[in-house]
Design a protein around this ligand. Structure first.
Ligand code: C2E
Ligand code: CA
Ligand code: CA
Length: 578
């Protein structure tokens, strides 16, 4: 008998098997969300074929696209496998996968060979139908997820956010933008495969620490985006401070401690869209990384204004530098007992749109965008030009110090660049002093020692600025060959009321004197402070007590005068009076 006739005979009502399959197919295709129970759709066909149970298994080994492999077990019809005759059929899929479909006949039905053939035909139909559906799911996954880390991609996290928080509950969640710190270092030390695996593991670790409705996406590179419940935020931020990753390919013995810059957006407005919130978090991240040097930054309107300003500074820098809008102002350094001007410090001012802008509004920004060296070298040139003018006018200007950013230390041949400018300008190296802020890390110490040695060997003097605020200050005096130490102004203000500050400053002065290093106090604002400093052995001072930083014309008058009033200690005053 023809297979077709057997099939026909099996069917209890007027529908043929192929009509039933067609009906099943239509039902499945109409099920766009893939959540329909198959049992209903297969009811007619399975009854007709005397089947009690049908199941489908797919197994795909891990590969580049499906990272952890895939396996799925689906009961298509029935609930538990009964003890009837079972028929299993195997198929191969793309990505080296296997599909097995097995069906069990109702217990009292004796299925023969021709029945087995019918089941095979039925199974083939199921395979084709379900495989195309599985492929659609895989494609859907690729559209919605980041292939490498299996986290959501940006369009999909946005879609989910709006779906989950359509009731306005988004305000209960913070939106975070994360950028890993020094990720380049992992790629450099362990290779690209190590970096790739690090991203995957990092994402896995984050995922493990998420709770209900918290979402994780990767927009690309070493960036991640998250939504975190507000009450979970602080714990999560602490967790992000140090995520250890070990046994990575290419670096099996290393433990990488990953920290991250984080921009956080907290919302008061349930109507804020995800893309707006993401943009705010991203701005906060940029500001933390490039301007504020902070790991975690919360977005605010004021912060946004700073970001706009930072962008403006960077965009205007080249034009401003070419048009010489950055000019040195000069603050005198005075030998207090005699009142003689013994030095000047050049401090940059930005003459912008008729306004004088102070360095705290742009130095940081330029430092974080590698533009600072250009500014510092331009300042050195301007100082050399001003020194020329003073010398030509027959004045005897004291040595002038310029400030060099620590970032400059890592510019190739920075020493040569500095020396070249001074030589080209025909200025005596002893007329120039270089101030550099006290160091914050051990590797900076080594770099600063070699920088100071080279600069000093040409006759240029060097001084350690803001002394007392940085790294292992006292031992530093010994190891770094500085000519001058500038005690930070934060100590001077405190000296009057704090015995501790006074002791510290006295100790610094004693040590400097013993090591034959000159010492100067910055930020001297009152006569009382001046006297106190003199009492403990510091005679050079700089500060508002004498003058604020002055423009070229005013400082020229001070240089010609040469002196400020003397500061006398009480005993001296008495001696003079007698
Ligand atoms: P700094 O090198 O520590 O310079 C001293 C700062 O203290 C100056 O601020 C000065 O105006 C201020 N000051 C001086 N005397 C007093 C005082 O008696 N009381 C108080 N409260 N402040 C006083 P300014 O000019 O705003 O410069 C700030 C910082 O910007 C400088 O600190 C320096 O680190 C940086 N800077 C300035 N010019 C340059 C430059 O050309 N290149 C680089 N890389 N940094 C610069
Ligand atoms: Ca300085
Ligand atoms: Ca200083």
């Amino acid at each position: 008998m023809l297979l077709y006739e057997i099939m026909r005979g099996l069917m209890s009502d007027e529908l043929t098997l192929s009509q039933m399959l067609q009906e099943f197919l239509n039902t499945v295709i109409a099920d766009a969300d893939y959540n329909l129970p198959y049992s209903d759709a297969l009811q007619k066909i399975c009854t007709g074929l005397h089947l009690a149970y049908v199941e489908y298994r797919i197994k795909v080994p891990s590969n580049r696209i499906i990272r952890h492999g895939a396996s799925r077990h689906q009961i298509l019809y029935g609930s538990e496998r009964p003890c009837g005759k079972t028929f299993s059929f195997q198929y191969h899929t793309d990505f080296n996968g296997t599909v097995s479909i097995s069906m069990t006949a109702v217990p009292d039905f004796s299925a023969d060979d021709s029945m087995a053939e019918i089941y095979h035909t039925f199974s083939n139909h199921l395979f084709l139908l379900l495989s195309s559906r599985n492929i659609s799911e895989i494609i859907q996954h690729l559209i919605e997820y980041d292939i490498q880390t299996d986290t959501l991609n940006l369009p999909y996290i946005s879609e989910l956010y709006h779906e989950i928080h359509s009731d306005g509950s988004g305000v209960d969640y913070a939106v975070l933008f994360i950028n890993l710190r020094n990720f380049k270092y992992i790629n450099q030390t362990g290779g690209m495969a190590c970096g790739d695996e690090a991203l995957i593991r990092y994402a896995d670790k984050i995922r493990e620490s998420l709770t209900d409705y918290e979402l994780l996406a990767r927009p690309g590179g070493d960036n991640f985006v998250l939504t975190i419940k507000k009450e979970h935020l602080q714990d999560f931020l602490s967790f992000l401070e140090d995520v250890p990753l070990s046994a990575l390919p290419g670096a099996p013995d290393k433990i990488y401690h990953i920290s991250a810059h984080v921009g956080v957006h907290i919302s008061q407005n349930p109507k804020d869209t995800f893309s707006y919130r993401l943009e705010c978090a991203s701005k906060a991240l940029t500001l933390g990384r490039n301007v504020l040097n902070r790991m975690v930054v919360y977005y605010s309107d004021e912060l946004n204004a700073r970001l706009v300003w930072a962008k403006n500074v960077i965009a205007s820098f080249n034009r401003a530098a070419t048009q010489h809008e950055f000019v040195p102002y000069y603050q005198p350094k005075v030998d207090m007992p005699t009142g003689k001007i013994v030095g000047l410090e050049a401090l940059v001012r930005w003459n912008h749109d008729g306004q004088i802008i102070y360095p705290d509004r742009f130095i940081n920004i330029l430092e974080n965008n590698s533009l600072i060296t250009e500014l510092d070298l331009q300042m050195l040139q301007s100082v050399c030009a001003d020194l020329h003018l003073w010398l030509q006018a027959g004045l005897t200007p004291p040595p002038v110090s310029i400030n060099i950013s620590r970032k400059d230390l890592y510019v190739p041949d920075i020493e040569k660049k500095i020396i070249n400018i001074i030589q080209k300008a025909g200025i005596e190296p002893s007329q120039i002093e270089i101030e550099i802020t006290e160091i914050s890390t051990e590797s900076d110490v080594q770099r600063i020692i070699s920088f100071f040695n080279e600069i000093r060997s040409c006759g240029i003097r060097v001084s350690l600025d803001d002394f007392g605020t940085g790294y292992s200050s006292l031992s530093l005096i010994n190891s770094v060959p500085a000519d001058i130490i500038k005690i930070d102004r934060s100590f001077i203000g405190c000296c009057i009321d704090s015995a501790r500050s006074l002791t510290l400053v006295s100790a610094i002065i004693d040590l400097a004197v013993r090591l034959d290093t000159r010492i100067i106090a910055e930020g001297v604002e009152t006569e009382e402070q001046a006297r106190l400093l003199m009492k403990i052995g510091c005679t050079d001072a700089q500060g508002y007590f004498y003058d604020r930083p002055l423009d070229f014309a005013t400082i020229t008058q001070r240089i010609s005068a040469g002196y400020y009033p003397q500061v006398l200690l009480p005993e001296k005053e008495l001696q003079l009076q007698n």
